[in-house]
Design a protein around this ligand. Sequence first.
Ligand SMILES: Nc1ncnc2c1ncn2[C@@H]1O[C@H](COP(=O)(O)OP(=O)(O)OP(=O)(O)O)[C@@H](O)[C@H]1O
Ligand SMILES: [Mg+2]
Length: 207
Amino acid sequence: MKVAVANLKGGTGKTLTSFFLATALSRRGRTLLVDCDPQGSALSWAESADEGGEGLTFPVIGLAVRDVHRRLRAFERDYEHVVLDTPPGELAIARSALKAADVAVVAVPPTKIDLDRVIPTLELVADVEDETGLTFRVLLTRVKRISREGRDTREVMEEMGLPVMGVEIPFLALYSDAFGAPIEDLGEYERFARELLGEPVGREVPA
Ligand SMILES: Nc1ncnc2c1ncn2[C@@H]1O[C@H](COP(=O)(O)OP(=O)(O)OP(=O)(O)O)[C@@H](O)[C@H]1O
Ligand SMILES: [Mg+2]
């Protein structure tokens, strides 16, 4: 499976989702994580994790270019799964990463501003869908269980006909503290990976 994690808006949980997803997929088959963001956050995470000595269960490479979909061909046949972390605000690179993927996961925190700003990303995804047969899912990230926003945003998006995934990622230190080290506890990202792969999802992990 080749998955691009996208949202043209910054700070929506793309890199976190990419890293957790790559970890989950690497437990199932050979997995490559491609950092398409010139900011290189996934690469920095990998660098710091490898310095810690334990090392990662998948390689991370940087391909922050507008022809990711062409360059990836040289690597992808060695992997069962490829995850592409995409940049905010770099339309050409994001488009190319989406063209390299068979599934797009649009990571969206459930706030009004994020809902408002997701439209250009959905348009981009629809464009690539027409071109390559890409499919897409919406993943709610940074969901604060204490507030209604998660439920409200899901409702609005479902009314818009968007394919919102059943699994959502809570706003927890488990996730924000993970940066810079190999991931052991996948939290809700294990169930997210299962839903994406069409496996039985099972019960929610208690917070
Ligand atoms: N589920 C979560 N719970 C708590 N914090 C989270 C969660 N998801 C993301 N964050 C935090 O939100 C911030 C943005 O996350 P991340 O870097 O993954 O977003 P991004 O979309 O990749 O950002 P950019 O657009 O800048 O690349 C980070 O500080 C991260 O730790
Ligand atoms: Mg990022």
